[in-house]
Structure formats: structure tokens, C-alpha cells
Design a protein. Structure first.
Length: 232
């Protein structure tokens, strides 16, 4: 509100609708365009002020602001291997292997139980994936070896992502929380010297590498658990 008051040298409540519209138009046309958030907050603040003072505010409409089209950042195969190599805990290697090797989301990884693993068929059952439909994920030989080694050594019990101690407080059921899975991935990425944001990157990387290897996009859609091809 201070900016518009200084611009017109009067209170915003003294402006007519055309002056306000001209100011907002000018705000969008300046060479150093303000952020979308700043522009939206200006409109919302004006509406709130006029409404509070009992003045008409219906002329203040938030225009449609085009959302920037951003491509997901992808890790290279070398960066994936660096993370698997630098992970200091076998559990963290398994978490990263499942996120990348299965294209899974963090909350799906923390829900994996031992009974969901089918070592003979080399499959992982994902219970109630997006759309409330169970699905199967193919496991690589490398990931299968790691899982067998981890289960034998750690004996995690019910959940693969079983933690140690009671960091989650009352009601802790032994699993890593989604936030803790994300923390493990970020920690390993830092050890591997990766400066990219890796929160959701492993899933995107999984899909991209499949496409780069020539896998049909319809197959990738099924493997990702997408209901619509547009998501893929």
C-alpha cells in the first residue's frame, strides 16, 4: 500500500477505479517486472483495504498470470551411481535404490513392507497407488541383491524403512517419516557432491532415463502409475 500511496501522493482509498487499473497495468509493464507474488499481494491488499473501508472493490480482479513452464531437473546416471556409492548406510542405499529404481514417491517407499517383496518374480507390490489401485514394480537384479543383503543384515521387521530409536515421538511405528526419507536423500546427495535439488528428482530421473533408453511412453505411463498420459 505504501508504494501506491507514494506513487499518487494520496491515500489509496481516495483513488478512482481507473487510477487503480492504470497503476496495476503500469506495474506489469515496467522493465523490472515484480514477481507474481508481489503483484497478487498488491491486488489482494487493495481489495481488503477497500472492503474494510466500505468502498466498492468489485472492479479489482486478479488477471490470469501465465505460469512459467519449467522442466524437471534430472540427475545423470553417473550422479545416481555416485549417490549409491557415497551412501554410508545400507538402508539409505536401499531407499535411494527404490526411489530411483522403482520411480516411487517418498511416501510410497516408507510404506513398503517385507511382504510386498516378491524376490522370485522380481516384483514389488505397491499397495493402493494413486487412483486406489494396487500395482507391481519390476526390480532390477542390482536392487534385488541390495534388498536381500539389507533384509538379512538389518532384519527390519515389518517395514523396509524401519528407523532406530523413537525420533517421531508417541505412536512411532518403526518407519522413517516422509520427511526423514527426504532428509536421507538430501544427505547422501550432499556427500556425493550434488548441488541440485533432489527431493522429487529421483522419480523424474527414473522416467526420463526410461524414455532415453527407448521405452515406449505408454509403458512408462504404466510404470509410473499415471492415470493420464498427460502427466507422463
Amino acid at each position: 500500500m505504501a508504494a501506491i500511496a507514494l506513487h499518487f501522493q494520496c491515500l489509496p482509498t481516495q483513488l478512482d477505479p481507473e487510477q487503480v487499473k492504470d497503476y496495476l497495468f503500469d506495474l506489469q509493464q515496467r522493465s523490472k517486472t515484480p514477481s507474481q507474488t508481489y503483484f497478487k499481494h498488491t491486488v489482494y491488499a487493495l481489495r481488503f483495504l477497500l472492503k474494510t473501508e466500505g468502498l466498492p472493490y468489485q472492479h479489482l480482479h486478479l488477471p490470469t498470470i501465465a505460469r512459467a513452464e519449467k522442466l524437471p531437473v534430472i540427475l545423470s546416471r553417473q550422479e545416481i551411481w555416485a549417490m549409491l556409492h557415497k551412501a554410508q548406510l545400507l538402508k539409505h542405499k536401499i531407499l535411494i535404490g527404490l526411489l530411483y529404481g522403482g520411480g516411487l514417491r517418498c511416501h510410497k517407499v516408507r510404506n513398503i513392507q517385507l511382504k510386498h517383496l516378491d524376490f522370485d518374480r522380481k516384483l514389488l507390490r505397491i499397495v493402493q497407488s494413486k487412483g486406489n489401485k494396487d500395482c507391481y514394480v519390476q526390480l532390477s537384479e542390482h536392487l534385488l541383491r541390495g534388498l536381500k543383503k539389507y533384509v538379512s543384515a538389518a532384519r527390519p521387521g515389518r517395514f523396509i524403512s524401519k528407523g532406530s530409536g523413537n525420533p517421531e515421538g508417541k505412536g512411532f511405528d518403526g518407519r522413517y517419516s516422509e520427511r526423514r526419507v527426504q532428509w536421507a536423500v538430501k544427505t547422501v546427495a550432499k556427500l556425493a557432491g550434488i548441488i541440485k535439488e533432489v527431493t522429487h528428482m529421483l522419480r523424474h530421473t527414473y522416467a526420463t532415463h526410461l524414455l532415453e533408453d527407448g521405452v515406449n511412453i505408454m509403458t512408462v505411463q504404466k510404470m509410473m502409475g499415471h492415470a493420464n498420459i498427460e502427466s507422463t
